[in-house]
Design a protein around this ligand. Structure first.
Ligand code: GDP
Length: 195
């Protein structure tokens, strides 16, 4: 999709703050620092719209980005925080779970993993959880510019094996530097949302 217009509509903590439109929504989940803001910015052709930060655990709200009045990207707080309290973790967990299980506008989830390393226990848990709820998932392995092309097949196998991919689970290798994979991610979003 050719994106010209994007707004941060709302940063929500409670369901009554979610947008009241019926636009389809695509959630983005992943550990802090995995490259979620960078992927979002690449998808909407902006340099620094979604806030990139190396501070883990900074985003603590669900951020709804209105794309062209057609769909929302929903930035879900990164899991695997180093610095937040157990209570905060539980509250975020509840907010995420409520959103992912109860939001009828949600059409799919983009789950990011760091393409330079094996998926972590947190990643495995998140993937299994999303699969259990039968949400359409696109797994995106980020920072792939840091991996030699000769290792791409190995990365794909590692991610698939560790997460125990469901049948037909798609995987895209992505780089925010080269934008490799961006068109594949958009194609998947278009398929899920019909935009
Ligand atoms: P977030 O916390 O998941 O939103 O992660 P960010 O998008 O803020 O990225 C975290 C760090 O990884 C930043 O220093 C980014 O510049 C870097 N980064 C993100 N994507 C890529 C990528 O595709 N390639 C490289 N080399 N670095 C990246």
């Amino acid at each position: 999709m050719n994106v010209n217009h994007v707004d941060l509509t709302i940063s929500a903590v409670h369901p009554d703050q979610y947008p009241s439109t019926d636009y389809p929504e695509i959630a983005l989940v992943g550990r802090s620092n995995v490259g979620k803001s960078s992927l979002t910015n690449a998808l909407i052709n902006r340099k620094n719209f979604a806030h990139t930060s190396s501070q883990p655990g900074k985003t603590q709200t669900l951020n709804f980005y209105n794309v062209e009045d057609k769909l929302y990207f929903v930035d879900v707080p990164g899991y695997g925080y180093a610095k937040v309290s157990k209570k905060q973790r539980e509250e975020f967990g509840q907010m995420i779970e409520n959103y992912l299980t109860q939001r009828s506008q949600l059409r799919g989830v983009i789950m990011l993993v760091d393409g330079r390393h094996a998926p972590t226990a947190d990643d495995v848990q998140m993937y299994q959880w999303l699969a259990y709820y039968e949400l359409p998932i696109l797994v995106v392995a980020t920072k792939i510019d840091k991996v030699k092309p000769s290792q791409f097949t190995r990365v794909q196998k590692l991610v698939k094996d560790k997460l125990e991919f469901q049948e037909k689970q798609p995987l895209v290798l992505f780089s925010a530097m080269s934008k490799r994979g961006k068109e594949d991610v958009w194609r998947w979003i278009e398929e899920q949302t019909g935009v």
